[in-house]
Design a protein around this ligand. Structure first.
Ligand code: ATP
Ligand code: MN
Length: 329
């Protein structure tokens, strides 16, 4: 890699529940954010004005709806966020910002890391889905057929709310399966707060942006990530060098919003596409790989447990270290 760090390691894996276990009955119809936006008390109105006037939100302010401000306000009130930083990325459907972690996030990270100088917890990444910009027909295609999201309906706000929750639970599931991903910290309506990957100098670079000195090792890790995800019942669905970042000498997988469970009618098609993207990228780096070999490897060495009827509710027990909760139901 560019900074000379070369060896990638793998995490220990944990027992993963049956696919769908993390899902529970949720009410996506009315969120705290919506209620805050409707009520518009003075404090909220001042908050909204302050954010709207902040330089880093100038462009986006016009596309944030009131309930998005409501969601950001709630996240501040709940102690997940202290202050907003600048944008890291403005995408088609979502913008990602840095923010200072609130007391809740800081407290939790201090607890788990003792008095060590662990930087974790000072900055967080905030992914804000723009309800109106979102391509809903596209999103529906990923949600339909996922047992965790049956009966969500077609209301835009519900779809996005479900999407953000799905992204958070996918991140948790991937982490439990031993795949490095940002830790989800909180979800509120169309906003996901997660661990920030990067330094004060900036966000972690994507694999597409760095020179990889040891592509063979990197490939082995990514191949193992693909296998572990599949083994845990998940297919990323947008796996490529753009959604893998290099952070603290390790490879992290990001952007799991569209990841589907293996029950999804298109899961196999997505897996094939993921393998093709990954294999083609690493082949260009000189690694001996073909999409077919990679796909065969994943299929041969993963044994996903496709029991979707296991009783829900065991999710919390399985979260490693139990640092932070994002459940508010
Ligand atoms: P795209 O449509 O460009 O794929 P997206 O809207 O689906 O993007 P992500 O891929 O999740 O969103 O994030 C966009 C970019 O923001 C990423 O490529 C990455 O550079 C940055 N990013 C996302 N999450 C984090 C994080 N937790 N820490 C640091 N940077 C992040
Ligand atoms: Mn992405």
């Amino acid at each position: 890699m560019t900074d000379g760090e070369g060896e990638f390691g793998l995490l220990e894996t944990e027992e993963v529940d049956g696919v769908g276990d993390e899902w529970e009955e949720i009410d996506v119809s009315d969120t705290d954010a919506d209620r805050i936006a409707r009520k518009r008390d003075r404090e909220f109105s001042e908050f909204r004005k302050r954010i709207k006037d902040a330089d880093q939100f100038k462009v986006e302010a016009s596309v944030f709806d009131d309930a998005t401000y409501g969601a950001l306000y709630k996240l501040v009130q709940d102690g997940h966020i202290d202050a907003f930083g600048g944008p890291i990325s403005t995408g088609k459907e979502a913008n990602v910002y840095t923010a200072l972690a609130g007391s809740e996030a800081r407290g939790a990270s201090e607890q788990s890391s003792g008095d060590s100088e662990e930087p974790r917890g000072h900055e967080v990444a905030v992914k804000v889905y723009r309800i109106n910009a979102s391509d809903f027909t596209d999103m529906r295609g990923y949600l339909d057929g996922d047992p965790r999201f049956e009966g969500i309906g077609s209301d835009k706000k519900k779809v996005v709310t479900a999407w953000v929750r799905k992204e958070s639970s996918n991140l948790k599931r991937a982490r439990r399966a031993g795949v490095r991903t940002p830790e989800p910290i909180a979800v509120e309506r169309n906003v996901l707060v997660m661990e920030y990957l990067g330094t004060e100098e900036g966000r972690a670079k994507r694999l597409s942006e760095v020179h990889i000195e040891n592509p063979d090792t990197a490939y082995e890790v990514v191949q193992e990530y693909l296998r572990r995800l599949y083994d845990a019942g998940l297919v990323h669905g947008d796996f490529s060098e753009y959604n893998i970042v290099f952070h603290e000498g390790q490879l992290y997988i990001i952007d799991l919003g569209q990841a589907v469970t293996i029950h999804h009618p298109n899961a196999e098609e997505f897996l094939e596409r993921d393998c093709r993207n990954i294999s083609n990228f690493f082949a260009r780096q000189g690694v001996e790989t073909t999409p077919e070999e990679l796909l065969a490897y994943v299929r041969e060495y993963a044994t996903p447990d496709d029991n979707e009827d296991t009783a829900p509710g065991s999710d919390d027990d399985a979260v490693p270290q139990g640092r932070l909760e994002d459940r508010r139901e």
